[in-house]
Design a protein. Sequence first.
Length: 320
Amino acid sequence: MCIRDRWRENSATAQQSLWDPFVLGLGAGTLKKETFATYVAQDAAFLASFADAYKRAERKCDGEEAPPTQARCRGDLRELRDAVEEELKLHSGYAKKWGADLGKDFKPLKATIDYTSFLEKISRDPTASAAEVVAAMVPCMTLYAILGKRLEKAGIEDDNPYREWVETYSSEDFWQAKEQAEGLLDVLTPHGCERCGDLYAEAMRLEHSFFAAQDVAPDWIRLTSPFRARLEASLSGASLRAGAETAMNAESSRSHAGVQLHFAEAESGDRTAVLNLIDLAGSEAFDYSKSAPISGINAGLVALGRVLMAMSDKAAHVPY
């Protein structure tokens, strides 16, 4: 299984992290200072464990059969470890700026302990391969790179106090590090990897738990800018989203979506309008042409379209 397949297989868990209130609060710039300071301290502890796991994984590269693969394994892991150590220096700067406690009084959260214990266990396991250790680490790289890009795309305001954090994880340098880690996992698993799938999934779950463990107040976001308004609207919809078992999937990540847009005349506000947008979920692996109920739904949507067109054109007859 290639890295893209692993990501798709765990997309539901990944989406939970990408839409976590803590992550969105970073993008909106509305997290409390104390919340971000706590996160910086927790993440620094995690990154230290991450660097140690890379170091232990390097020693497992000799277990690869082909010498070129051994060299690629050692070289990539060394570079990735160097990048993590640079990231730790950045966190040290954050700690001073935000008052994060990285000293003897630091107390790791349960989610931090669970994640670091997981990395230590697999990286210290004498029977674990370099590929298995990398599989346990790649989800973090992928997730941070993608959430950085998404927040950047949403538009980070100049006065966002966490702008530097977003810029770090949306940078091309971090994206290249993510690509390097993912590429290494593919190189190390040309014939598959029995445990890699479970390790990848567990790492993704622990990453979400890490974000969810951060203390985010209910009023974490305020409607003081278009960016924040869009985030709040998205989060509100995400909170109503449901996933469940279907006849075709053990865990469906697809759901119906409804968006209602309210418009008012800019100057007086006297003229208003409401636009309802509905998207019905489907399945990529289903032949709709062979289902009478689905064909009926499609026919109903076509009929609805004709009604809307007739109303829009002020036609003498509306085909209800």
